[in-house]
Write a protein that binds this ligand. Structure first.
Ligand code: PHE
Length: 522
């Protein structure tokens, strides 16, 4: 598997690099329809699909979206699902569930309470993901706010600030303050005279005072935006003492600024974000309710073949355990590239090479049930994320169940795979994953180990029939944007939204519209 460089990773997390190019490619291939930037929600004429057989590979969000839309138009759809459950990477763990990996099984030992669950796959939906939110609305999936950015949560670097976690409001405030001060100095020393008119300078200086919380001399000497000294954070009865600013050199060396400090600036991480009440799988369940009759569970695909007038999919029959073939006019293949590349097929060498080139991120998530909501009780942290430079990368606090007795925190969400920690953690034993995550969490929350009652981990590299979390690149190879014969590729892997359900649904819409256009063209 190719490894992501740090620079590639930062691009993956944040920017839209490659999106325009991908969009251009899709458009050129006619996959986006004539005018729209996004595939229009299919609105196929009733009965337009009568007599056409479509076999859909995978009952994840993409496959079920395609099945739902095509069935409405009269297409005869069958979904082949390799596992015993629908949802794909949309996976919520709760009490009593069994989580399978290729070489292990875990029993989820959480309490039976509505708010005690871990979204081990997707966990947040930004407000502009209109397709997936549209289905939530159509299906009546109740939503609540999800919090990314919490100024009361921590930033931690084991080698900076004496290894102590620093509260977000101070890091954010001081970074702005120092930058504003430096820029004001440059302006006042006339270093930017080539770039600014006298009028600009006059306006920029007061702007910087506001932006950074500078004093009358354009210096940053700390700000009450970062809170007050002592336990209470705010001023209270008497005006308190503002925190001293953090050391600027330490701030620079902490590398919080790499992406963590501006995380919520990223388009797909902007507020407002949502989560379904009771777990992300409410979305998968809502789709499944509507397409259940056409899903064949426990039916892994063994071969994908071309026929004279369509395609044939050989798969294991769930009941007999014997291989069986299904013929179809069209196949929609949502099987993730790391799995698909090893399924015998008749694809062109170009298609096969393209599939082999799509590398997935080996992300890992670990959910812990805590006996006490110590983040709320001890730190006034309600939802949001603490960041650390340790392997666990981040701790997420639940955006639900506030002030209840217990809660489930995401005790690790590993996604930056340098130097190879995704794979390293995937290869740890299950108890070792939990132990290591607890030991690292201890540096953010002393006493953490005593608060944790049980945990569950998901290394997506080892997820059966997934073998990865999401494509590393925003730019899918052109060969899988187009069908190979009667086989259309779908899933987030054919979009510039890798790792988002929106991408999965967008891909489904795109393919549904393409099939419809082909059928109409006769
Ligand atoms: N959507 C997922 C998340 O927000 C995975 C992802 C992360 C996708 C970063 C792209 C970039 O955590």
């Amino acid at each position: 598997m190719t490894r992501l460089t740090k620079r590639q990773f930062l691009r993956l997390v944040g920017s839209a690099a490659g999106v325009a190019a991908t969009y251009h490619t899709m458009n050129t291939l006619g996959l986006l329809g004539p005018e729209s930037a996004q595939a229009a929600t299919p609105d196929l004429p009733d009965g337009s699909g009568y007599g056409r057989r479509v076999v859909i590979l995978g009952a994840g969000i993409s496959g079920m979206t395609a099945a739902y839309e095509l069935s409405k138009a009269g297409y005869h759809c069958t979904i082949l699902e390799a596992t015993g459950r629908a949802g794909g990477r949309n996976l919520t763990a709760r009490a009593g569930d069994v989580i399978h990996e290729v070489d292990s099984r875990q029993w989820v030992d959480f309490d039976h309470e509505d708010h005690l669950y871990a979204n081990l796959g997707p966990a947040r939906i930004p407000y502009h993901h209109r397709i997936i939110l549209g289905y939530c609305k159509e299906f009546g999936v109740e939503l609540e706010m999800f919090t990314n950015d919490n100024r009361g949560a921590f930033f931690h670097n084991a080698e900076r600030f004496d290894g102590q976690p620093v509260v977000g409001r101070r890091v954010m405030t001081d970074q702005r303050g120092y930058i504003a001060e430096l820029l004001a100095k440059a302006i006042n020393r006339n270093a930017l005279d080539d770039d600014l008119t006298a009028d600009d300078k006059e306006r920029l200086l007061p702007m910087l005072v506001e932006f950074g919380g500078l004093d009358a001399d354009y210096l940053y000497a700390g700000s009450n935006r970062g809170g007050y000294q002592g336990e209470s954070v705010h001023a209270g009865l008497a005006p308190g003492d503002v925190n001293d600013p953090l050391d600027f050199s330490e701030l620079l060396r902490s590398e919080f600024w790499e992406y963590k400090l501006h995380f919520s600036q990223f388009l797909n991480q902007n507020p407002t974000l949502f989560q379904p009440v009771g777990g992300m799988d409410a979305i998968a369940k809502a789709f499944e309710t509507r397409v259940r009759r056409i899903i064949r569970y426990n039916s892994p695909v063994e071969e994908i073949r071309k026929t004279a007038d369509g395609a044939r999919v050989v798969h294991r029959n769930q009941r007999s355990g014997v291989s069986e073939a299904l013929d179809a006019d069209f196949v929609i293949c949502t099987i993730p590239a790391p799995v698909l590349k090893d399924i015998p097929n008749d694809f062109s060498p170009e298609t096969q090479a393209a599939i082999e080139s799509v590398a997935f991120v080996p992300a890992v998530k670990i959910g812990f049930q805590a006996r006490r909501r110590f983040w709320e009780d001890d730190h006034a942290i309600y939802g949001g994320i603490s960041w650390t430079d340790q392997d666990i990368t981040q701790i997420w606090y639940p955006a639900n169940g506030y002030h209840r007795e217990k809660g489930v925190v995401m005790g690790a969400y590993i996604w930056d795979d340098f130097p190879g920690q995704g794979e390293r953690w995937a290869n740890m034993s299950l108890p070792e994953r939990l132990r290591t995550a607890i030991a690292e969490g201890e540096h953010l929350h002393p006493g953490y180990a005593d608060e944790i009652e049980s945990g569950v981990s998901r290394a997506w590299l080892k997820a059966p029939y997934q073998l990865g979390a999401w494509p590393e690149s925003y730019q899918p190879p052109a060969e899988i944007l187009a069908p190979d014969g009667a086989v259309y590729f779908a899933g987030d892997q054919i979009t510039a939204l890798p790792g988002w359900q929106e991408g999965a649904a967008l891909a489904a819409h795109t393919v549904v519209n393409s099939i419809h256009a082909r059928v109409m063209a006769g």
